[in-house]
Design a protein around this ligand. Structure first.
Ligand SMILES: *Cc1c(COP(=O)(O)O)cnc(C)c1O
Length: 399
């Protein structure tokens, strides 16, 4: 009966903003998590694309333990070494020259929007402040980022929304061109729409967006909060398209499970921020940065994990494609890049997620009818085989 008491207390004390599964997770290791009643689960959600190295990766845990004994927090009135080390690592492995640290994806996007507006004020002619975003996008839940999010269901009830945002159709370069106006300063885009149902860019779409931004003198902000940190088989998803953004945001996988966000840009754009323009008390906290340094160093070491991610991603897509052939009345489409994979169903996916959970598999549902797989990048063939066997069984019963 313990589980019943925990769930009661949870709903009694915690604000009712999440529709949670009746599952209390207590322990995790690698690909597995265990619930309060001792049941083992194979985790294909990975904290929503966060636990890229699996649960409690020893290098991340040890880095946290060491840093926790040394220094937890100092604020940004002073320098701290883990923050500098992380910034250097990110700069050395990306297009960017400078990094701003914060604590979440929404905050990273807020910082990006503020930087774009400030840069526009100082470097673009006229009065340019407007940021264009795609319909069906997801950029966060603060007032600015929920406005940037091109989905009404997240905005309803919070009006008036922030001025200075307009929307275009994803994967439609003509729609973007038509939406650009006299006040536009930037385009903000997810390389792959994650929350929106794992929607991939059509070939050359990102390249065309970059070209349009260059022609019209606009900044390109790529929201890689979900697609970054190796998720798609490259460190950052835009590397597949051979373009670079002016600003990029990161969070989710960055700390390997520890909360941290970052906003990166070129020197030219970064120079619009001067002391006092933007800040975060916790941003770049030594503990968070130590976790992120350990995560990034592990991810980058000899490219093994990125290679694994690409191979396992193809393996998963192949397996799901076989299931689609077997159950065409339930499975509509398989989409994915690396280990960001979606299985679109012809119906709501809640019952499949529930059935999987009963059988010890954790998967996630997004956009109502898309089963989303975002496992740790260390997922093995046998984990995928096991998950697919159970999914096969469940789909068989449904169709
Ligand atoms: C999750 C997500 C966010 C928001 O991140 P939070 O850390 O929840 O604020 C923003 N953009 C994208 C693309 C995301 O997937």
């Amino acid at each position: 009966m313990e589980i019943k008491r925990i769930l009661e207390e949870s709903s009694y004390y915690i604000m009712n903003t999440y529709d949670r599964y009746p599952l209390v997770l207590r322990k995790g290791r690698g690909m597995n998590v265990w619930s309060s009643d001792g049941k083992e689960y194979l985790d294909f959600v990975g904290g929503i694309a966060v636990n890229i190295l699996g649960h409690c990766h020893p290098r991340v845990v040890i880095a946290l333990q060491k840093q926790a004994q040394r220094l937890l927090h100092v604020s940004n009135l002073y320098h701290n070494e883990p923050q500098i080390k992380l910034a250097k690592l990110l700069v050395e492995h990306s297009f960017a020259d400078k990094v701003f640290f914060c604590n979440s994806g929404a905050e990273a996007n807020e910082a990006a929007i503020k930087l774009a507006r400030k840069y526009a004020k100082e470097n673009m002619s006229g009065n340019r402040y407007e940021v264009l975003t795609a319909l069906n996008s997801f950029h966060g839940r603060t007032l600015a980022t929920v406005t940037a999010t091109g989905q009404k269901k997240f905005q309803k009830g919070f009006e008036p929304l922030m001025p200075g945002f307009r929307y275009f159709d994803y994967n439609d370069i003509g729609s973007l061109k038509k939406t650009i106006g006299e006040e536009t300063c930037a385009v903000m885009l997810e390389p792959i729409q994650g929350e929106g149902g794992v929607r991939l860019p059509s070939p050359d779409y990102l390249k065309s967006v970059r070209e349009v931004c260059d022609e019209r003198g606009l900044l390109l902000i790529l929201d890689e909060v979900q697609t970054g940190m190796g998720r798609t088989g490259q460190l950052f998803a835009h590397e597949h398209s051979e373009i670079v953004p002016d600003i990029m945001t990161l969070a989710k996988g960055l700390g390997g499970g520890f909360p941290i966000g970052a906003m990166l840009s070129s020197n030219k754009v970064a120079s619009a921020f001067q002391p006092g323009n933007h800040a975060s008390t916790f941003g770049g906290n030594p503990l968070a940065c130590a976790a992120a340094v350990a995560t990034l160093e592990t991810l980058l070491e000899d490219g093994f994990i990125l290679d694994q991610c690409r191979r396992m991603g193809s393996y998963l897509v192949q397996g799901l494609t076989d299931l689609k052939k077997e159950y065409p009345s339930v499975v509509a489409e398989i989409r994915g890049m690396g280990l960001l994979v979606g299985m679109e169903l012809t119906r709501e996916c809640a019952s499949i997620v529930k059935a999987c959970m009963e059988r010890g598999i954790i998967i996630n549902c997004t956009a109502g009818n898309v089963v989303r797989f975002t496992p740790p990048l260390i997922v093995r063939e046998k984990d995928i085989d096991h998950m697919l066997d159970i999914l096969d069984d469940i789909l068989g019963r449904l169709s």
